[in-house]
Design a protein around this ligand. Structure first.
Ligand code: ATP
Ligand code: MG
Length: 250
């Protein structure tokens, strides 16, 4: 397993946001985490990526116990994330957003002391990353001027700029048109194939999740209620009940 949580737990007052979750992610997988609103999916991501400390339990990534590590330290060993709400700098250009992530990976800040050669290398690498997400031709545009679907692609580019072994994506398809969702889903599949990166996705578009994933974990009320390949999840009675109103069988 490239990522494993054991008994990971976080309560907010009396609310069990994440309760005793054991998650196993196989290397090279596209593994989705689904569940109704408030199930604890984002909190689980926050616990894995060091955004909040767990009350109990452990996170093991790539052979190391990384429980309580900061997001920066985790990024250095190859664990990156994208956010449910975009983390781009809207006033900066598209390429500059990616260059910032590369500089943070390299631990350099942009200053007058930075050599032109290394700055050119960073921009050239940023352009390569933009090429992977289909944004090469938009490099000079202001990030905030991009359509929503392209902003999510830029989010993914920023995550990829950290050269992760595993990337966690929180609702990469949220708020998108049908066509944009198809584009981003294809991009996710393509990234796994071309970079071999392990991808963990939180997503509400269950039909897309079924097509995209090797394995699916279903959460409800802070707990895992199912963990299986898509075909088994589709037939799981507890999962159907959790999605009372969903057109889940589709
Ligand atoms: N910082 C916080 N303080 C208090 N309660 C919180 C906090 N963060 C999350 N919660 C609560 O914990 C529960 C799980 O929230 P979380 O955001 O993890 O759910 P989610 O599965 O990501 O939901 P969604 O699908 O709507 O994004 C919710 O009831 C939420 O209100
Ligand atoms: Mg969430």
């Amino acid at each position: 397993m490239i990522l494993e949580t054991s008994n990971i737990t976080k309560h907010f007052g009396g609310l069990k946001a994440v309760s005793g979750v054991n998650l196993k992610i196989a290397p090279g997988a596209i593994h989705s985490i689904i569940g109704p609103n408030g199930a604890g999916k984002t909190t689980l991501f926050n616990l894995i990526t060091g955004a909040i400390p767990p009350a109990a339990g452990h996170v093991v990534f790539d052979g190391n116990d990384v429980t309580g590590w900061s997001p920066e330290r985790l990024a250095k060993v190859g664990l990156a994330r994208t956010f449910q709400r975009t983390s781009i700098f809207k006033n900066l250009s598209v390429v500059e957003n990616v260059a910032l992530a590369i500089r943070s990976r390299e631990g350099v800040s942009r200053s007058i002391w930075q050599s032109t050669a290394s700055e050119q290398a960073i921009v050239s690498e940023a352009m390569d990353v933009l090429g992977k997400v289909g944004l090469r031709g938009r490099d000079k545009d202001k990030a905030g001027a991009l359509a929503h679907g392209y902003q999510r692609a830029l989010d993914i580019a920023i995550g990829l700029a950290l050269k992760p072994k595993l990337i966690l994506m929180d609702e990469p398809l949220a708020g998108m048109s049908r066509g944009d969702r198809e584009t981003i889903a294809a991009l996710i599949t393509e990234l796994r194939a071309s970079l071999g990166v392990t991808i963990v996705v939180v997503e509400h578009d269950v039909a897309m999740v079924m097509r995209l994933s090797d394995r699916i974990t279903v959460m409800q009320h802070g707990e895992v209620i199912a963990d299986a390949p898509p075909a088994e999840i589709r037939d799981n009675e507890a999962v159907r009940k959790a999605y009372l109103h969903g057109s889940f069988a589709a």
